[in-house]
Design a protein around this ligand. Structure first.
Ligand SMILES: [Zn+2]
Length: 159
């Protein structure tokens, strides 16, 4: 992966919650033993340095990273805005939860995934009444109250 693709990839992983948006508290380095980098999913070669980064999210195991990947991750964390409410009120965690649901229609999944990596309101632009109704039902089922309120507001706008 070239530097720019890697940067975009890591940014996307931060936005969808797979990589932490919170900072790292401690970083250790040691020779690699063939671990997999959590940022780029590539194997760390034996002659590369393995960085283990402890994150503020205590539920997370330390991240294994290439030196280059940690630098990009740190930089992207600072510049990536995780809006608490993405245009229509979804937090990125709610969105990730919805995307993980089985039985979601492909249109709804696409609308949700389309938002990833964008700061704008692409989701809003691609949201149809049918998709909003489907997602509202899911949110109600999953107890995602804030997202449900946001969707009801969207539905009013769409009607
Ligand atoms: Zn890497």
């Amino acid at each position: 992966m070239d530097q720019e693709s890697l940067r975009l990839f890591i940014r996307r992983e931060i936005q969808n919650g797979r990589l932490p948006h919170d900072g790292t508290t401690r970083v250790w380095s040691s020779p690699s033993d063939g671990e997999t980098c959590d940022a780029c999913d590539a194997t760390l070669a034996k002659d590369q340095l393995l960085l283990e980064a402890v994150t503020l999210d205590l539920g997370r195991r330390p991240l294994h990273l290439h030196v280059r990947c940690l630098q990009i991750l740190d930089n992207e964390r600072r510049t990536t805005v995780i809006e608490p409410t993405i245009s229509s009120g979804f937090s990125y965690k709610d969105r990730a939860k919805l995307i993980d649901q089985e039985g979601l229609s492909s249109v709804a999944r696409e609308a949700l995934e389309f938002q990833g990596g964008e700061r704008g309101s692409h989701f809003e632009a691609t949201l149809t009444q049918q998709v909003a109704e489907e997602l509202l039902a899911k949110c109600t089922e999953l107890g995602l109250g804030v997202a449900a309120i946001a969707l009801r507001a969207e539905l009013k706008r769409l009607k």
